[in-house]
Design a protein around this ligand. Structure first.
Ligand code: PEP
Ligand code: MG
Length: 594
């Protein structure tokens, strides 16, 4: 009989609802620390064999990914992986690495790094845009080789039915290989409510607990695990008694979709007749179905950088155009707001950027685009061309002021002119600004005069207003969505938009939480965009409240001194006014939405 290991319970933050009993699948976070050590003469052949085995493994992985990509996106989009296969079969490249192992007595990892870096340098010097970009294929292949050599599980395994992904930090780039549709749950050492892992898990509808500190190192692939998001907990090696209790609980909890909620489509009205538009935030294709299923009025936010995350590399103009056309199709008449790549910060940092000391305050989002104009221009052209056949808009991420907006608008106008001159078909595209940093809030009235719409990114608004890293569990207690400073920022931005007569969509995670959504209505919002699966419960809450009463409560909240005061007030007022919608204790705990 197998020995029963000691049950280990680890507390974190449940960021996506649900309970799952499954098996650990450890996943490397993709960052590679490459060390150098010396190989003795006697071991050189073994080291070269180890390298060749890694090449063979990497090739098999790429083939599998290619097949999957063909199934998902069609043959036209899978050709990129041919380039990866060619590199893995390239005798010169593979030979150079083997020669480096032999000549320098270097370990295979080091040889891959040295030869790969040299090649990347050569590519970076090439003038031709297209060829230069192929450098990203080399980077991708080198990373894959390093993972293969490390013995870590690559990401593109076909997941077992009950795989629970356990990782230190699941960077968005990991999505490139992670078959989220089949993963049953996520458990990560770092992260917070608004980290992209959490957003994705909610989007795809699988339970997730993040901020588990040192959980990853305690696990082995294949270990039995229970992820219990409602108790903010994961249980490793559950005892027979624990397992039995959870099996009983999951059986009774099996979710029954509420047919009435699912049937509701389009905008919703409060009891006093204020119409509120509910849109969908989407990142990956597995979320697309949800737009229609949950009755969203189009796509309020498409986080386009996830297009790159799947690939871990830049994507050509034509491929982007096809992707944007697909999004426009999903969104229908109501259209899709495509956010220009929000790269940098914690988004695909290591693929596209030099390391920065303070990435959240560094070359992120619009700043990345303005410093890498070719990337931005290519994306803009793809969106303008997609607009010829579908309804799409552009939103500029993380603008700090009017000058960021003007510079981006200049580029968009110039690209539109060039396309027209070249006789290409394109469509009119309105341009909006994400309001998510304090300087944009202070300048909101000026920015509102020069854009077509606002999008309020409350995740970053909380992060930057309160100077709290949204992905750092150490400071999760300071991440207070209901901080009065955040509420004032939201109110001020909404007022600026109303004054200028432009629409304002609130698209941060705040909008996904019924109580917070009601508070947003009280602050003046009438357009919310969220994870599609949250739409039914937010719809139910909004349909049951009176906007004037929400306004009165929001007014009181704005007069509070602390986040604690606001939370207590909301709890007290909401349970008094709308006891059926918000029974006591149903409101989110500190730093968390539900
Ligand atoms: C936000 O910041 O609230 C937002 C919607 O964008 P992201 O979460 O992708 O930064
Ligand atoms: Mg943001």
């Amino acid at each position: 009989m197998m020995e029963q290991l000691q049950e280990i319970r680890c507390k974190g933050l449940g960021v996506s609802e649900g309970i799952v009993i499954g098996q650990v699948l450890r996943m490397h976070d993709g960052t590679q620390h490459v060390y150098h050590w010396k190989i003795d003469d006697a071991d050189l052949e073994a080291e070269r064999r180890r390298f060749r085995a890694a090449v063979a493994l990497a090739s098999r992985q790429v083939l599998t990914i290619k097949e999957k990509a063909e199934e998902r996106f069609g043959k036209d989009h899978a050709y990129i992986f041919d380039a990866h296969l060619l590199l893995l079969e390239d005798e010169k490249l593979i030979g150079d690495i083997e020669r480096h192992i032999t000549k320098e007595h270097a370990n295979a990892e080091w040889a891959v790094k040295v030869v790969g870096d040299n090649l990347l340098y050569l590519y970076s010097q090439i003038k031709d845009d297209y060829l230069r970009e192929r450098g990203s294929d080399i980077e991708d292949v080198m990373r894959r080789l390093l993972v293969a050599l490390s013995g870590a599980q690559p990401g593109n395994h076909s997941l077992s039915e009950d795989a629970v992904i356990v990782s230190q930090d699941l960077l968005p780039s990991a999505v490139a290989e992670l078959d989220l549709e089949h993963a049953r749950a996520l458990a990560t050492d770092t992260g917070g409510w608004t980290s992209h892992t959490a957003i994705l898990a909610r989007g795809v509808g699988i339970p997730a607990v993040v901020g588990l500190r040192d959980f990853y190192r305690r696990t082995k692939t294949g270990d039995r695990i229970i992820v219990d998001s409602s108790r903010n907990e994961v249980i490793l090696h559950p005892s027979a008694a624990t397992l039995k209790a959870y099996q009983a609980e999951t059986a009774t909890r099996a979710r029954q979709p509420d047919i009435a909620d699912l049937a509701a489509m389009g905008p919703v009205r409060t009891q006093d007749g204020v119409e509120v538009t509910l849109r969908a935030n989407v990142e990956v294709p597995s979320e697309f179905d949800g737009v229609e299923r949950y009755g969203a009025s189009g796509v309020g936010l498409y986080r386009s950088e996830f297009l790159l995350a799947r690939r871990g590399a830049m994507v050509s103009e034509d491929e982007q155009r096809l992707a944007y056309e697909a999004i426009a199709k999903v969104a229908g008449e109501q259209g899709a707001v495509i956010r220009l790549f929000d790269l940098g910060g914690d988004n695909l940092r290591e693929q596209f950027q030099e390391p920065e000391k303070n990435p959240a305050l560094g070359l992120r989002a619009i700043r990345f685009g303005l410093c890498n104009e070719d990337v931005m221009r290519r994306q803009v052209r793809a969106i303008l061309r997609a607009a010829a056949s579908g309804h799409v808009k552009i939103v500029l991420p993380m603008v700090a002021d009017v000058s960021d907006v003007r510079r981006a608008q200049g580029i968009i106008q110039e690209e539109a002119r060039n396309l027209r001159k070249a006789g290409r078909s394109l469509g009119e595209v309105s341009v909006g600004a994400m309001i998510e940093v304090p300087s944009a809030v202070f300048m909101a009235d000026r920015i509102a005069r020069i854009v077509d719409f606002f999008e309020l990114g409350t995740n970053d608004l909380v992060q930057y207003t309160l100077a709290v890293d949204r992905g750092n569990d150490e400071v999760a207690d300071w991440f207070r969505t209901l901080h009065p400073a955040v509420l004032h920022s939201i109110e001020q931005s909404l007022k600026a938009a109303a004054h200028a007569g432009i629409p304002a969509i609130v698209c941060g995670e705040m909008a996904s939480t019924p109580a917070y959504a009601v508070l947003l209505i009280g602050l003046g919002a009438t357009d919310l965009s969220m994870t599609p699966s949250s739409i039914p419960r937010v719809r139910r809450a909004i349909a049951g409240i009176d906007s004037q009463q929400a306004r009165l409560i929001a007014g009181e909240c704005l007069n509070c001194d602390t986040a604690d005061d606001v939370e207590n007030l909301v709890r007290e007022r909401f349970t008094n006014r709308w006891p059926d919608l918000f029974p006591s204790m149903s409101l989110p705990a500190r730093g968390q939405s539900q």
